[in-house]
Design a protein around this ligand. Sequence first.
Ligand SMILES: Nc1ncnc2c1ncn2[C@@H]1O[C@H](COP(=O)(O)OP(=O)(O)OP(=O)(O)O)[C@@H](O)[C@H]1O
Ligand SMILES: [Mg+2]
Length: 280
Amino acid sequence: MADKKPVTICIINLKGGVGKSTITALLSRYAFNNRKKDVLAIDIDPQANLSQGLMHQSYSTFLSQKGASVVEVFNDYIPPNKNGGAQPLSADAVSEIILDGGDRKLELIPSRFDFSDALTNAVRPDPKILARFLSRNFKNKDVILIDCSPTESVFTTAAYHASDYVLIPVKPEFFATIGFPLLAESLENFKRKNRSQGIEVAGVVINNAFYHGGNDGGPEKKRAMKEIRDECRRNGWHVFSKQMYHSRGYPKLMRGDYSHSGDAGLFWTFADEFFARLGI
Ligand SMILES: Nc1ncnc2c1ncn2[C@@H]1O[C@H](COP(=O)(O)OP(=O)(O)OP(=O)(O)O)[C@@H](O)[C@H]1O
Ligand SMILES: [Mg+2]
């Protein structure tokens, strides 16, 4: 039998505000709660929206206590602090337990606002460092989800090195696919330089589409949907059949508040399709 190995997915679109962090938070909770998986979520966006969504109030405590974060993963050590000198990085030091099921957990490696400052101003970090750290410390996880920032950088490459799959959320709006050519090119470049790695686009998920049942979005959204389908066909990217509707429930669900989720409660239809496609 092959070794147990996590399936790692990075959530990316080089366009902002399309739902990457929301989807990462929801898929992480869904994998843990509904599919009973041992899950690690990683926030590599300096905006730290995923960290705030999963940690809530404890994120401010984490910041004020200068907890170890993904910055330390990229630096490859824990800096000296009041407890002593520089320490080697450990899994426990950088991961926060969000949900604990005993033998399986939902853990998070949080981000920090000074992420880019701390790293990009220094020597360019090794883009393989994240993959290496995960392979050493989290090889028993079932699922690892990485929330990317909307701009391409060394951290995007780091996410590729660590990932089996890419999930691309898109919002059917004006210029919906503006980032697709750049993303396709960045993936092709990566694959050309890293031929032994089997990274694939798992698919494109239509998010924040229209109100379920009621409004179909009108001609603007129809035009955007056609543009998305055409671009996906051109790139050979699968489009998930289940869509995520526009719902004010999403910001609540992101924080883990499952009361009155409205149409956001239909998220599971996409989540099931997604995990089934990946065989998770
Ligand atoms: N289906 C939806 N219905 C309503 N609001 C949504 C939906 N999906 C996302 N949102 C809201 O849209 C905003 C952007 O979502 P989110 O932060 O997940 O996007 P993002 O792609 O991670 O953004 P960024 O590029 O800044 O990282 C948030 O306020 C979120 O609550
Ligand atoms: Mg985000």
